[in-house]
Design a protein around this ligand. Structure first.
Ligand code: MN
Length: 136
């Protein structure tokens, strides 16, 4: 057992995020059939992911601020620190900060293994759709 070296904080790619988002890798597979990926994600107010889906689902645990999450059927979840949100495999969704708060969550998922478990990334969440999710 060992204390892991701190991984650099990475700026979220503009291909996958709108606004300023920073990701700290916490855990990643290193050998054998390990699959666990954990990251700390920090969102500036109003920032969010693009639409996407995870081949093996995703668990998000809010640690700071107010998180907004949306799915294609129009469902919007507003989550606060201590709350955990589960997204099943393949469900298209986005997540990010409320307009008025920095927000942080832990993102926990498994690596894909085969085409049917690949993550998919789609279009950005428009300002109009984001404002609607945030309550106008
Ligand atoms: Mn996600």
């Amino acid at each position: 057992m060992n204390i892991e070296p701190k991984s650099p904080t990475n700026k979220g790619s503009a291909d996958w995020f709108t606004g300023d988002v920073w990701v700290d890798p916490i855990a990643a597979p290193r050998d054998g059939d390990q699959r666990m990926i954990v990251g700390r994600v920090r969102f500036a107010p109003g920032s969010r992911t693009a639409w996407h889906a995870h081949g093996r689902g995703q668990t998000l645990h809010v640690t700071e601020g107010i998180a907004l999450l949306g799915t294609r059927d129009g469902t919007v979840i507003r989550a606060t620190p201590g709350q955990t949100i589960y997204t099943p495999p393949g469900e298209e969704h986005w997540h990010g900060a409320a307009p008025e708060d920095f927000t942080e969550h832990l993102a926990m998922l498994e690596t894909s293994n085969g085409a049917d478990a690949e993550d998919g990334w789609f279009e950005h969440v428009t300002d109009e759709d984001y404002r609607a999710a945030a309550g106008g």
